[in-house]
Design a protein around this ligand. Structure first.
Ligand SMILES: O=C(CO)COP(=O)(O)O
Length: 220
């Protein structure tokens, strides 16, 4: 089953009570859709969502540290304790060093957390794939939030990222993101070999989020 992860970022429309409502909408649409759907809300909203909605929750970022004297940081172990499914790692709005990405992917594997390493081009996709995360998510930064879908604007980047990642490790699932908003964009991504999409503004900033979700999965 293809994957759709909705990243709430720090958008006002996806925070506080609105985050719980949006997660509920994702859950309702997922029940009718042919996709595995998960959410990546702000850390501040994770507990509320886990308490109120039956859905897989991803963190938007995790720090490459363990338990201990790490003020203001969040180690993978804390995600695990909380019941969080996994995390985006190295999102273009929260970049990490290569050594930190490697540390996190390996720690996630030990803890049974799902790693989604974000990349910005084919070369970084290949580098990330060398660590064998569960997912790589290719998102050209210039298209993020643009409304121009990567699957249409830069199909070769998606296609070559899929090839580069699967050549490194055939088990890796490849997502693409940036500007994805419609079912047509999702289908275009899958036609290029992607196993799903990672998106934010197309749903979070939509006037009617539920309708946008239904359109995204082809229910409208
Ligand atoms: O960064 C993204 C998801 O992580 C993509 O953002 P948009 O869907 O808003 O382009």
């Amino acid at each position: 089953m293809a994957t759709i992860i909705i990243n709430f970022k720090a958008y006002r429309e996806g925070s506080g009570e609105r985050a719980v409502a949006l997660a509920k909408a994702v859950r309702e649409v997922a029940e009718k859709a042919d996709f595995y759907m998960a959410v990546a809300p702000s850390f501040l909203d994770i507990s509320d969502i886990l308490r109120n909605v039956e859905i897989d929750v991803f963190a938007q970022h995790t720090d490459a540290v363990g338990y201990g004297s790490n003020t203001g940081r969040i180690p993978p172990e804390m995600l695990k304790e909380k019941g969080i499914r996994g995390s985006l790692i190295n999102h273009s709005e929260r970049r990490l060093r290569l050594a930190d990405i490697e540390f996190l992917v390996s720690r996630f594997r030990e803890l049974g957390l799902t790693s989604v390493v974000c990349t910005n081009n084919v070369a970084t996709t290949q580098a990330a794939a060398a660590f064998s995360p569960d997912y790589v998510a290719i998102e050209p930064p210039e298209l993020i939030g643009s409304g121009i879908p990567v699957s249409k604007a830069e199909p070769e980047v998606v296609e070559n990222s899929v090839k580069a990642a699967k050549k490194m490790d055939s088990e890796i699932r490849v997502l693409c993101g940036a500007g994805i908003a419609t079912y047509e964009d999702v289908v275009a991504a899958m036609d290029l070999g992607a196993d799903g999409v990672l998106l934010a503004s197309g749903v979070v900033k939509a006037k009617d989020q539920k309708k946008a979700l239904e359109e995204l999965v082809g229910l409208r």
